[in-house]
Structure formats: C-alpha cells, structure tokens
Design a protein around this ligand. Structure first.
Ligand code: CO8
Length: 260
C-alpha cells in the first residue's frame, strides 16, 4: 500500500513508521490513523519483522496530537467514533507481538503522548516536550491518556498533567519514569536503532512471551501475574528458541534463534 501521511520502512527486521505531516507538526487525522492501521497489518503479516520503531518527520515534532482542525468539525457521534478508532489503533501497538519503541523527536502532545505511552518504552530527544493539553481545548485525552499515564507515573502526577494541560520537557518526563533515555536530537535515531537491533537479535518466542507477561500482569494481582509468568515461561521452555538458547550457552557459542 502507498502511504501519504506516514513513511513505512523495513530494514534488517526493524520496521520504522515515521509520522509525516510536518506542516501540521505530524498531527493525527483520520487518514493517518487508517494508514497506521494498514502498516500494522503489514507488520503482523511479516514474520521477519522483529521490532517496530515509531518517530516523527523533522526535528520539531513527534506528533502534536489529534488534528484540531479535523476535531473541530466533528459532531458528538463523529468524535466518539474518532476516539474509538484512535484507541483501537493505538492499543494495537501495545498488543503487537513484537516490541515497539517510540523515538520521540519533539512535541508529543495529546494523541502524540498517548501514542508514545502505548509503546513498550520511549527514548526522547533533548528538545522533546510531553503533555496532555486537551483540557485547554475543553476536552479530555481520548486515546488512552487518562488510563495509561496514571498506570505509568501514578495517579497524582498524571492528574496534575491532565488537569493543567502543561507540557513537560524530556528531562522531567525521564525523572517521572515516562522516558527511558534522553539523547541529543542527532543521536536519537541511532541510539534507538542500536537498542532495536539488540532486541531483534533475541528469540522471537521469548520476546513475545516477555511482552505479554509484563502487559497482562500489570492489570491483575501479583498471584495471578505470577501464574501468567509461569505459563509464558513454559511456552519458552517448550520452544526451539528456548532449547537453542540454553544449548548455545553450554556449548559456549552464540545462539541461532529461529523464532519457533
Ligand atoms: N492539529 C492541527 N494542526 C496543528 C496541530 C494539531 N494538533 N498542532 C500544530 N498544528 C499546526 C499549526 O496550526 C501550524 O499550522 P500553520 O502553519 O498552518 O498555522 C503548524 O502546525 C505549526 O504550529 P505552530 O505555528 O503552532 O508552532 P509553534 O512552535 O508556535 O507551537 C505547539 C507548537 C505548541 C505544538 C502548538 O502548535 C500547539 O499547541 N499545538 C496543539 C497541541 C495540542 O493541543 N494537541 C492536542 C490535540 S487534542 C488531542 O490530541 C486529543 C486526542 C484524543 C482525541 C479524541 C477524539 C475525540
């Protein structure tokens, strides 16, 4: 499929989706969300893709939120449908079997922050700014922000961000635990791809099991989470990758994971 609002590339098992509406600071409109969904379909259908990286075109913005010019035209039903479409598409990032890294290269506001929060972790450039400014528009976050941000940084800090709509710089987002690493803009993509390559070299079965165990465990009590971990662990032990990884250690060689 040809894309107009994103750039979709795959290199050596690492897919990169670049949000590409620089004139609107890469704001999310309905067409962009449709293209994102189509790219995720392509990724799910390609067994060779091991890691997904999301970033924004240019050096100013990752995603400056939902496209406000489009939002302003919505009636209540259209707004509800748009919120649902955004939630479903963004939730697919969290549910994707492969790891997803957000390389936040500038503004990550509203739906842009919510997109990054649905990724497995975030690297950010020094100039990146995070925020959920919807309250200043008389609305609230509608792509999962009221749910994912409190889970990540605690309800009190999330409420302050959501109630004030204030933006915070990357360094503060790192202190709050939203961001794993802050890097100079020029180093952001290479550092992200270096981590992506390190992850891509691991076994696909164990990566999938690890992601699912962490994600599923976050919404349940510890006892249930530990049972989830036992089941995920058993899947790895039964896999060819599990046998290969342990055997390679014993034979003092590098494992050759096949993803089965
Ligand atoms: N939507 C559409 N266009 C945008 C957006 C946006 N979110 N953000 C920026 N742009 C456009 C500007 O209008 C401007 O266009 P033009 O050049 O044609 O005037 C261009 O991008 C450059 O922007 P600025 O001139 O404003 O650049 P500044 O550096 O002065 O400011 C800011 C950058 C601070 C990022 C500023 O543009 C801004 O505040 N943008 C809006 C941020 C925002 O409020 N985002 C939240 C949107 S709401 C949302 O995401 C809800 C998600 C859930 C939806 C649920 C659906 C019902």
């Amino acid at each position: 499929m040809g894309y107009e609002n994103i750039i979709f590339e795959v290199n050596e098992g690492i897919a990169t989706i670049t949000f590409n509406r620089p004139k609107a600071l890469n704001a999310l409109n309905g067409m962009l969300l449709d293209e994102l969904a189509a790219a995720l379909d392509e990724i799910e259908a390609d067994e060779d893709i091991r890691v997904l990286v999301l970033t924004g075109a240019g050096e100013k913005s990752f995603v400056a939120g939902a496209d406000i010019t489009e939002l302003a035209t919505f009636n209540t039903l259209q707004g509800k449908m748009f919120s649902r479409k955004g939630q479903l598409t963004i939730s697919r990032l969290q549910e994707l079997a492969i790891p997803v890294i957000a390389a936040v290269n500038g503004f990550a506001l509203g739906g842009g922050s919510e997109m990054a929060l649905a990724c497995d972790f975030i690297y950010a450039s020094e100039n990146a700014m995070f925020g959920l400014p919807e309250i200043t528009l008389g609305i609230i976050p509608g792509f999962g922000g009221t749910q994912r941000l409190p889970r990540l940084i605690g309800s009190n800090r999330a409420k302050e961000m959501i109630f004030t709509g204030k933006m915070i710089p990357a360094a503060e987002a790192e202190t709050l635990g939203m961001v794993n690493r802050v890097l100079p803009q020029a180093e952001l993509m290479e550092a992200t791809l270096k981590t992506a390559r390190a992850i891509a070299a691991k076994g696909k079965v164990s990566l999938r099991a690890a992601k699912q165990a962490v994600n599923s465990g976050l919404d349940v009590d510890l006892g249930t989470g530990l049972k989830i971990e036992v089941d995920a662990f058993a899947i790895c032990m039964a896999s060819e990758d599990g046998k290969e990884g342990t055997q390679a250690f014993i034979e003092k060689r590098k494992p050759q994971f096949k993803g089965t």
